[in-house]
Design a protein around this ligand. Structure first.
Ligand code: KIV
Ligand code: NA
Length: 265
């Protein structure tokens, strides 16, 4: 079982073999999800909520991200390690490059993920020119919760859909290696996939993506409060954390997840 690289993920897209991604924030779960056959592990800034108990990802620092990345990196043998640039760690080229350096050199990240829209394409370009593999995250960008005034499904009207497609094209042109869309109308996600060539990973974005990602605590049913509509409690189906993640891997590979009830039309 050779280690997953960007080349592996590109080949999986070409072969239409769904990419399975999940978040992890610590060594024990990193080992568990790696052994379950997940292709990509994300140290998400969702750790602000699921690890730290904040109401959003806004308070997460670069040091927090570096710490959890080190923990997770020690647990991985096969999976590709993607790590979020936290809020305001990517405001200009220089800041973003310093942040990426910390996550990759100190943390052991294979790739950074940046919440971006077309206007931030120059930062993606600077990272790419410097040799940093980049995943561009758009659609719903939770770090923008302050401006958005809440978490909402994106791309539901014509102007919103047009903006998402413009973001996708600009971020690909800037040198992103992977695209990730969150809480996006399934039809718009499908259009992103048609109009770009990069592997497209979705969360709450329907089945017409090249891969899927979930927050680990959501798919184990341990997230406090109301579970997000686009997730599914695989632990309730299976009875152990290991078999829950294995069931998720299998469901994504066979396109049995996400289903219609997890999707925004
Ligand atoms: O932080 C996170 O967990 C994420 C995923 C929801 C994609 O960005
Ligand atoms: Na995130």
């Amino acid at each position: 079982n050779a280690a997953v690289t960007l080349a592996t993920l590109r080949r999986m897209k070409t072969e239409q073999s769904p990419i399975v991604a999940i978040t992890a924030y610590d060594y024990s779960f990193a080992r568990l999800v790696d052994a379950a056959g997940v292709d990509v592990v994300l140290v998400g800034d969702s750790l602000g909520m699921v690890m730290q108990g904040h109401g959003s990802t806004v308070p997460v620092t670069l040091s927090d991200m570096a710490y959890h990345t080190r923990c997770v990196a020690r647990g991985l043998e096969r999976a590709y390690l993607m790590v979020d640039l936290p809020f305001l760690s990517d405001t200009d080229d220089h800041t973003a490059l310093r942040s990426a350096a910390r996550l990759m050199k100190e943390g052991g990240a294979d790739m950074v993920k940046i919440e971006a829209h077309a206007a931030q394409a120059p930062v993606v370009e600077a990272l790419s020119h410097a040799g940093v593999p980049v995943c561009a995250h758009f659609g719903l960008r939770p770090q923008r919760v302050g401006q958005l005034g809440g978490y909402r499904v994106q791309g539901r009207d014509e102007a919103g859909a047009r903006q998402v497609l413009e973001d996708a094209r600009a971020l690909e042109a800037a040198g992103a290696d992977i695209l990730l869309v969150e809480c996006l109308s399934a039809a718009v996600a499908a259009q992103v996939r048609e109009q770009t060539t990069l592997p497209l990973i979705g969360i709450g974005a329907g089945v017409d993506c090249d891969g899927q990602i979930l927050v680990l605590q959501d798919m184990l049913g341990v997230t406090p409060g109301q579970p997000p509509r686009f997730s599914h409690d695989f632990l309730a189906d299976t009875g152990s954390a290991q078999s829950a993640v294995e069931a998720y891997v299998e469901a994504v590979r066979t396109r049995d997840f996400p289903r219609r009830e997890h999707t925004f039309e």
